[in-house]
Design a protein around this ligand. Structure first.
Ligand code: NAP
Length: 266
């Protein structure tokens, strides 16, 4: 039996690759059939509905070209999702960009990272919460005598909990912001039945980190990970699915590392 209500609708940003795509696949495997997938316009995004319905024929998939730094794009994606599925129960905010940036660098790169990694999550969370507040609460699938209005997972980073890498001030700042936003919003919207949590991945093999997969990086950085390897996107997706599900009904405002133990070594 699925952990999710049969009519559940999930929205995922950054869904065309890496962690976002792994979460889309995990939610489909875990029984969700209505998915709205947002990412920058690309052939991979356009190909998603056909690619995913091959393995999950019952799935209804919207692929919506969306720049999360643009309020108008997000507003339009939310409207199209609600027009198609009539509600949003779960939302995952995984869109993000990496890169270096120190406090004395040009501010333009910092502004771009803030716009995508921090304001992008802010705008999505704001509009998704507004939509969830329009929806009736429903009973938990676990049978416990409580109600839920929805669940949100933000994808932060180990860099949201510490300055986990050198020359990373801009990224570290945006990810600390995501962790803080998660706490504040969980506090504000918990009483309305909305749970909001954050996942803080360590080094996960995705497009974002592909350029780092060298023997030097492995010797210096990956060798410090207690589990002594890169993480896989799927390993982040298992936790996301749990936090989104009613099995996590008493969990909100928390940030969880998925890092092979790296955070305990510093
Ligand atoms: P990824 O494979 O590059 O996925 C990120 C996705 O977000 C890409 O599809 C990217 O599109 C999309 N994106 C970028 N800018 C966007 C925008 N303005 N609007 C909408 N979508 C946008 O990298 P990932 O590793 O899965 O990253 C997912 C999240 O995990 C990010 O928030 C990242 O900071 C976080 N994270 C990753 C790691 C890691 O080790 N991989 C560790 C900690 C945290 P394009 O490919 O077209 O740019």
């Amino acid at each position: 039996m699925s952990d999710f209500h049969p009519e559940t609708v999930a929205l995922i940003t950054g869904a065309a690759s890496g962690i976002g795509l792994a979460i889309a696949n995990r939610l489909l495997s875990d029984g969700i059939t209505n998915l709205s997938l947002l990412d920058l316009p690309s052939p991979s995004l356009s190909a998603l509905p056909e690619a995913l319905t091959k393995n999950f024929p019952a799935a209804r998939i919207l692929a919506l070209p969306t720049d999360v730094s643009q309020e108008r794009d997000i507003s339009s994606a939310i409207s199209l999702t609600v027009a198609e599925f009539h509600r949003i129960d779960l939302s995952v905010h995984a869109a993000g960009i990496g890169g270096h940036g120190m406090v004395m660098d040009e501010t333009s790169a910092m502004e771009k990272m803030v716009a995508v990694n921090l304001m992008g999550v802010w705008l999505c969370e704001s509009m998704v919460v507004k939509q969830m507040l329009l929806q009736e609460e429903r009973s938990l699938t676990t049978g416990l005598p409580y109600k839920t209005r929805g669940s949100i997972v933000n994808i932060g980073s180990l860099c949201g909990l510490s300055a986990a890498r050198p020359a990373g001030a801009t990224y570290v700042m945006t990810k600390h912001g995501v962790v803080g936003m998660t706490k504040a919003d969980a506090r504000d919207y918990g009483p309305k039945g909305i749970r909001i949590n954050c996942i803080c991945p360590g080094w996960i093999k995705t497009g974002m980190t592909a350029g780092l997969d060298t023997s030097g990086f492995t010797d210096q950085i990956i060798s410090r990970v207690p589990l002594a390897r890169w993480g896989a996107s799927e390993e982040v997706a298992y936790l996301a699915s749990f936090l989104l599900s009613d099995k996590a009904s008493f969990i909100t405002g928390s940030s969880y590392t998925v890092d092979g133990g790296l955070s305990v070594t510093v």
